[in-house]
Design a protein around this ligand. Structure first.
Ligand SMILES: Cc1cc2nc3c(=O)[nH]c(=O)nc-3n(C[C@H](O)[C@H](O)[C@H](O)COP(=O)(O)OP(=O)(O)OC[C@H]3O[C@@H](n4cnc5c(N)ncnc54)[C@H](O)[C@@H]3O)c2cc1C
Length: 390
């Protein structure tokens, strides 16, 4: 039986980045995923500023740009008839927004983890955990027709919303809110775009350029309309663009949609307990929220960084793991509560008179408009931008 310091289950934004950071910290790491890579997944792919900042810190932002992921340097936000438009604010040398295809981003992260020394096993499905005295000590997995058991001081569940690990260790759901939206998205050829968001009551359209000179266009609808929308998703998608972003719809007349339309109504909102003896959850496994604010990738990176920092060099110290995981759980709550709240608020798809007036006022003042767009790319609550005093 092989023995590792850390086994990470799930090798996408949460898992591959966690494996990368633990491997760079000198730990012996095994990263496993049941999928074969390169592999796509159901997700649009705009990475918010905190995520880009971490990619840069990890030395991966330039590598991402070199894959042909276009830097998007202008942003517009249109709330009904009020429009804000400007350059993407420059911060820490980052002057663009990126929205890589997931089969590019996830493979890039896995390669970086492997370069840092993590072993990567694809086509490997975790089916069980081993325990000693109530503590998780490793995982059981299926690879092809065989099975294997692997020991680890820490088992990380980065296996997404339907986390097998969370089920195996009995992680409880601490908070749950009903789904608020459903979403359909597609890729367009010949539709040059900046980073654009259009919102009216009941609809939100997000637009951003991605690999292969394609433009991603996503349409959000209320969850209550899901059954109607899915009956003819193509028609509902086109109608949502036409009625929410008429200018975009006009530009799309000379463009062509490629690939199939993808969508989901499983916009679950929950927090799970993120740690226990010998195990911890990162990414969607620990907290899943409506994808409307598009912060999941960025949040996963931040959680990976938080976990690696919380554990530090203390994984072999028998008194430390519990305290380290407690630090992670506290930081996780602090980080995710505001992101969760923002996602659920946006997912109401409600444009109130008050919001409209406020946005109109911001649009009338270039300095305020710039600050607003800065908040939009960072996707933090305004309060997080105000430096703490004292
Ligand atoms: C429609 C939609 C649009 C989105 N748009 C954006 C966006 O624009 N920007 C953004 O930042 N985020 C977006 N997100 C959210 C984002 O995709 C996720 O939050 C983010 O990728 C975190 O993923 P993860 O790594 O935690 O889990 P996942 O991406 O779900 O990865 C989990 C991995 O675990 C593996 N796995 C599962 N079970 C097992 C097992 N038993 N054994 C081995 N492997 C296993 C799976 O194969 C998978 O590869 C969107 C999500 C959706 C659904």
């Amino acid at each position: 039986m092989e023995s590792y310091d850390v086994v990470v289950v799930g090798a996408r934004s949460a898992g591959a980045s966690t494996a990368l950071l633990f491997a760079r910290a000198g730990y012996r790491v095994l990263l496993v995923d049941r999928a074969q890579f390169p592999s796509d997944t159901l997700s649009t792919q705009h990475i918010h500023r905190p995520g880009l900042r971490l990619l840069k810190r990890w030395g991966l932002l330039e590598r991402l740009a070199a894959t042909g992921c276009p830097p998007v340097r202008r942003i517009s936000y249109t709330l009904q008839d009020v429009r804000l438009d400007g350059p993407v604010p420059v911060e820490e040398g980052i002057d663009a927004v990126y929205a890589p295809r997931r089969y590019v981003l996830d493979s890039l992260l896995i390669d970086a983890a492997a370069e840092a020394g993590a072993e990567f096993l694809q086509g490997c499905t975790v089916t069980g955990v081993t325990t000693e005295g109530g503590r998780v000590t490793g995982v059981r997995c299926r690879i092809g027709r065989g099975t294997a058991e692997v020991r680890a001081r820490l088992v990380v569940g980065a296996d997404g919303m339907r986390s097998t690990l969370a089920g195996l260790v009995g992680a409880t759901t601490e908070r749950e809110d009903i789904p608020r939206t459903c979403v359909y998205y597609g890729y367009w050829e010949g539709l040059p775009a900046q980073f654009e968001v259009y919102e009216r009551t009941g609809r939100l359209i997000g637009v951003v350029g991605t690999h292969d000179e394609l433009t991603l266009v996503a349409a959000y609808f209320p969850q209550a309309e899901f059954q109607d929308v899915r009956r003819d998703a193509d028609a509902a998608y086109v109608e949502a663009i036409r009625t929410t972003a008429p200018g975009l719809a006009e530009r799309a007349l000379s463009a062509r949609r490629v690939e199939r339309l993808r969508g989901t109504g499983r916009q679950l909102n929950f927090f799970r307990t993120v740690k226990g003896p010998g195990w911890v959850l990162v990414g969607d496994a620990g907290c899943h929220k409506d994808s409307i604010t598009g912060t999941g990738i960025s949040d996963a990176f931040e959680q990976a960084a938080l976990l690696a920092e919380s554990v530090g060099a203390g994984l072999h110290d028998d008194r430390e793991p519990g305290a380290a995981l407690e630090r992670y759980a506290t930081g996780h709550r602090r980080l995710m509560e505001s992101r969760y709240r923002m996602a659920l608020d946006t997912a109401r798809l409600e444009v109130t008179e008050e919001r409209l007036e406020f946005t109109r006022w911001i649009a009338s003042d270039p300095a305020s408009a710039g600050a607003f767009l800065s908040v939009a790319v960072s996707h933090v609550e305004a309060a997080e931008l105000i430096p703490a005093t004292g």
